[in-house]
Design a protein around this ligand. Structure first.
Ligand code: PXG
Length: 440
């Protein structure tokens, strides 16, 4: 096969990418099937990250391809404001069907960032509808990632994502401390024993601001982007108890953890802690069509929708909310998850992934290995004076050897499609282990 001509790389401003470096040494993907990408030079690359934590059922699933193809020929677009189409309602029912009990009112978006901003607005609208419009403060967490909208970066806690925009962040925001501690929790398998007390910091923020000013707390139940931070045992339960006691809404950002990542439909189900709102994206459509959603409790939905006598109850929505292609992709994706039992499959593979990940505890440069479900984080000691350089090199060398991993700072993240098998888990971590021996 002839290598295809290289495209002109100059026009595209790439997201979250070192543009000049990439364009000097591009990594281009040409195709994908199942567990593998194919690079433009024809190499097979094992997908250790489900794309960007989103292709949970594996690539190019025929059922999704067919459903989306049928839909685009049949109903390419339908307005979602004051009009609807049956598949959007069916997709909402299907999403509601995998949510925890009671979280069955679904607002569609196109991405995780939109889901987060939507959820924050719903929280404000809910309190206002109840006559508590002074509850406007939003509380996030250090190291949290909630996408890149102004709401999301305001409650988020990734400093490079915030600093250039610091003058334009939402005004009434505060943050809980993150839960990462190498000192107490290094090399923990699953949930750490230490750290539940960090949820008590919410009481401190309530004492400082007064509960009557706080609308919502938003956290990722397991923090992904920042480098896989597993919640300490009892931590989420405490957040739930404190928020409920003070009339504060709890939002779980399950953009990564939703749809099987931890071996249950949601992290909420996995941990047995139910929030008031949940943000979703990525796995909801297997990433085949951009899609996101917010799952909302009946109480919150009824509170907002019931408070208006006539006319529009919630002044928010997107041209593409419930887009026919997204709805078709969601329906086909959720069918695959159910039919193939992929959430249970993730649970059954979790011990193999845990064992493979922790086999690297003593590998060169490794200072922590952490895992839950089908996620693992491997933290490396940063190179003196060059933070991030070591992990970047590991990423490149793994890619050259046909294995895709993610890195953030000096943390490697592994989050494969839920269809991975044990041999592929072995290949993934063996490759990382070999590469760690080679890098300085
Ligand atoms: N919330 C969470 C918890 C996320 O992980 C978003 C919101 C935003 O979603 P959108 O669809 O707007 O990108 C995310 C996205 C990585 C990585 O490598 C993670 C994300 C996106 C891209 C890369 O960790 N998470």
């Amino acid at each position: 096969m002839n290598a295809p001509a290289q495209p002109d790389l100059s026009h595209l401003w790439m997201p979250f990418t070192a543009n000049r470096q990439f364009k000097a040494q591009p990594r281009l993907l040409a195709g994908a099937k199942g567990m593998y990408y194919t690079s433009v030079d024809g190499r097979q690359i094992l997908d250790g990250t489900a794309g960007l934590w989103c292709v949970n059922a594996g690539h190019c699933r025929d059922e999704i391809t067919q459903a989306v193809s049928r839909q685009i020929a049949h109903l390419d677009y339908a307005p979602g404001f004051q009009l609807g189409h049956p598949d959007a309602f069916d997709a909402a029912a299907a999403v509601a069907g995998v949510m925890p009990q009671g979280l069955d009112r679904i607002f569609f978006t196109n991405s995780g960032s939109e889901s987060v901003d939507t959820a924050l607005k719903i929280a404000l609208a809910y309190h206002r509808a109840r006559g508590e419009g002074q509850r406007t403060r939003l509380i996030g967490r250090e190291r949290g990632y909630h996408g890149v909208g102004f709401g999301g970066i305001s409650v988020g806690g990734i400093s490079p994502n915030r600093k250039a925009f610091s003058g334009a962040l939402l005004p009434a925001v505060d943050h809980l401390p993150h839960t990462h501690s190498l000192e107490h929790n290094a090399h923990t398998r699953g949930q750490p024993e230490w750290g539940a007390h960090l949820a008590d910091e919410l009481e401190r923020l309530v004492a400082l601001h007064d509960a009557s000013t706080i609308a919502a707390v938003i956290v990722e139940p397991l923090a992904g982007s920042t480098g896989v931070l597993v919640p300490p045992k009892g931590y989420l339960e405490k957040l739930r108890e404190i928020t409920r006691r003070h009339g504060i809404l709890l939002i779980f950002d399950e953009v990564i953890t939703g749809f099987g990542r931890l071996g249950a439909a949601t992290a909420s189900e996995y941990f047995g802690v139910t929030p008031d709102l949940m943000t979703l994206a990525k796995g909801v459509s297997n990433a085949a069509v951009p899609a996101g959603a917010v799952a909302v409790s009946r109480e919150v939905y009824d509170g907002v929708v019931g408070a208006t006598q006539a006319g529009i109850e919630f002044f928010h929505g997107y041209t593409y909310s419930g887009h026919p292609l997204a709805a078709a992709a969601i329906l086909a994706t959720l069918d695959i998850y159910r039919r193939d039992g992929l959430f249970a499959r993730a649970a059954s593979l979790a011990p193999a992934l845990e064992a493979a990940a922790h086999s690297l505890e003593k590998a060169p440069h490794v200072i922590d290995v952490r895992n839950l479900g089908l996620v693992a984080g491997i933290e490396l000691r940063p190179r003196d004076g060059a933070p991030g350089a070591r992990a970047a090199e590991v990423f490149q060398k793994c890619f050259d050897r046909g294995v895709l991993v993610r890195y953030t700072g000096d943390i490697l993240a592994v989050s494969p499609p839920l269809i991975i098998n044990e041999d592929q888990i072995g290949q993934l971590f063996d490759t990382i282990g070999q590469v760690l021996k080679e890098v300085q």
